[in-house]
Ligand binder design. Sequence first.
Ligand SMILES: *[C@@H]1O[C@H](CO)[C@@H](O)[C@H](O)[C@H]1NC(C)=O
Ligand SMILES: *[C@@H]1O[C@H](CO)[C@@H](O)[C@H](O)[C@H]1NC(C)=O
Ligand SMILES: *[C@@H]1O[C@H](CO)[C@@H](O)[C@H](O)[C@H]1NC(C)=O
Ligand SMILES: *[C@@H]1O[C@H](CO)[C@@H](O)[C@H](O)[C@H]1NC(C)=O
Ligand SMILES: *[C@@H]1O[C@H](CO)[C@@H](O)[C@H](O)[C@H]1NC(C)=O
Ligand SMILES: *[C@@H]1O[C@H](CO)[C@@H](O)[C@H](O)[C@H]1NC(C)=O
Length: 650
Amino acid sequence: MVSLSISMVNLVLLWLSFLSLTSEAVPSYRFHICSNKTTFIPNSTYQSNLKDLLLSLSSNSTREIGFYNNTVGENPEISVYGLFLCRGDLTPDACQDCVSTATNEIVQQYCPVEKVAVIWYDGCMLRYSNRLIFSVMEDQPRKYLWNVLDITQPDRFLKLAQTTLSDLVPLAANASSGAKKFATKEVNFTVLQTMYSLVQCTPDLSSFDCDRCLREAITNVPTCCSGKQGARVMYPSCTIRYEVFPFYQIQAVAPPVPAPGPTPIPLLLPPPPGKSHISSLKIVAIVAPIIVSVVLFFMGYCFLIRRKASKTIQEENAANEISIVESLQFDFATIEAATNKFSDDNKLGEGGFGQVYKGILPNGQEIAVKRLSRSSRQGVGEFKNEIVLVAKLQHKNLVRLLGFCLEGEEKILVYEFVPNKSLDYFLYEPKRHGKLDWSKRYKIIGGIARGMLYLHEDSRLKIVHRDLKASNVLLDENMNPKISDFGMAKIFGVDQSQGNTSRVVGTFGYMSPEYVRYGRFSAKSDVYSFGILILVILSGKKNTSFYQSDGPADLLSFASKHWEDGTLLEFLDPTLGDSYSRNEVIRCLQIGLLCVQKNPVDRPRMASIDLMLNNYSITLPSPQNPAYLQTEQSMPLSINEASITEVYPR
Ligand SMILES: *[C@@H]1O[C@H](CO)[C@@H](O)[C@H](O)[C@H]1NC(C)=O
Ligand SMILES: *[C@@H]1O[C@H](CO)[C@@H](O)[C@H](O)[C@H]1NC(C)=O
Ligand SMILES: *[C@@H]1O[C@H](CO)[C@@H](O)[C@H](O)[C@H]1NC(C)=O
Ligand SMILES: *[C@@H]1O[C@H](CO)[C@@H](O)[C@H](O)[C@H]1NC(C)=O
Ligand SMILES: *[C@@H]1O[C@H](CO)[C@@H](O)[C@H](O)[C@H]1NC(C)=O
Ligand SMILES: *[C@@H]1O[C@H](CO)[C@@H](O)[C@H](O)[C@H]1NC(C)=O
């Protein structure tokens, strides 16, 4: 009878282990990427090579190293190169599970005819290609995932993640050849929270490449995932991840620690000592109810645990499946249909970066479609990343970026449609001036200031616009300003981290002297452009229209001359008549002149400007030393309006 009780408990144990096995046995799919640019024909040699390859990968997935690469095909032209990598802590069985799921699902569900593919599960990564992919560090295509839950003390958490991951890099990269390039670490974040972190490279990489891959992956963390409880960056060649829960088997990784046995159950096991003489019947009478209740208790307990586990797994799935890139991507057919095949009737204008069309999506939403004419300096992946970042910038004074479309050479940005045209459309056409009385102009100046303040200081990205001008300020139905074309330098891969660039993006007349001359840009160069914009709004004159005749050479010197002479109301757009607030006009002009001072340090920040515009008790300093453009003849300036030069990165 004692043996009966033991076997019943064993049954419970067995059931328990079955439960934990089943929850582990389903490898969780995360993401796949396969371009339909290169596809194979069904029943072709490529397909049969691929089939053989996947079979060999799957059958070699119990190797201790959790990695295998193979090539199938006599002819290099139609050879298939493939590999898999299991997470370093997986047992050979778990690795095999994951790899065989991956090899099946990738061709059956995700990439039936694609020659090049990569798929990630929690436990493994599988990829193949029609070209050699071994011992080559590849960081494209890539995928970022983050936990949806926010972390407290995000800055400290992010720092901790970055240092912990960086500490792990040499451990993985320096692993001896033939060993896993894998490392994990747990650190305490708070008394209650531990951070679990992991880095891994495919072991075919050199230690130099592994190091490079991981470090590059780590640099993405602040932009993709700050403020969140966990993140992963997945490259074909390496992966990093951190969470506040253990997502790898700690025992399997750490140096062998005496594993604590399954404690709770043995406690119930030992038969009461010295009771062997008690009759079997009595034992049954005593033990049976206990066992039954123990079994019931465990069933209930496990049921609860499982429910809880599946709930958190679901939550985590929801967290990770959020795929911003996908939600921002429009397909070309949709865009083509929306714009009536980019018909001339739909054309709204031509900007520096390409032509802009009006479009209507099938759901009736109006959009503005910018078909980029210039090739970006960066790869598709980088381009998408930047778009995701720029799309996150949302402010009522910024034109919202809704998404993008990539198709072959076509690169298209999709924006919200802003019904009225740009500020210059109203400003330079006297017969449209009626729409722009002083109170509207004043409101527009304030709105632009708020939008710029957001770009410079309040958003996570801290973007310098670099091309703020009247034609980049759109007006909505209530004549509220919305700044457009921000983030273009980012999207085009112009280095933002350096305050210095050989490629100048901007419009003459709005560009600060240090930018025109030395390519030095900063938030203060935007402030300069904002100052010019104020002068343009006040005077109703184009800055460039002053490059002519004898008189003052440009709007700027014209403005400061009137300022010094105290004849500033002569500077004002005559169509405003008498309906303006003298105080507001003077204040705006003064702010405008402060913004265009020659020394960037003297120019106020957008935050101060916003304050000056809204708070009349602040006394403004006197503008000094405006940066006269005619003293900055570093580039030929043209008299003719049509030749306003715009320089863009090529
Ligand atoms: C690739 O996929 C896109 C969108 O899914 C589709 O419009 C296009 O026709 C496909 N191209 C090929 C060559 O199958
Ligand atoms: C591919 O081969 C299978 C089995 O040999 C056959 O049933 C199928 O019709 C073939 N498909 C094509 C497109 O040839
Ligand atoms: C592993 O792959 C090789 C080919 O590279 C193949 O011959 C072998 O059958 C595979 N399976 C095992 C278990 O080694
Ligand atoms: C596996 O990759 C190594 C390079 O890391 C390469 O030398 C070897 O040929 C590959 N094996 C196969 C079967 O392709
Ligand atoms: C480990 O790798 C790093 C680069 O990741 C290298 O700078 C360092 O010298 C290596 N250390 C050892 C002990 O091999
Ligand atoms: C983390 O905290 C626990 C207890 O709070 C402690 O035992 C452990 O040593 C700490 N670990 C580290 C790495 O500091």
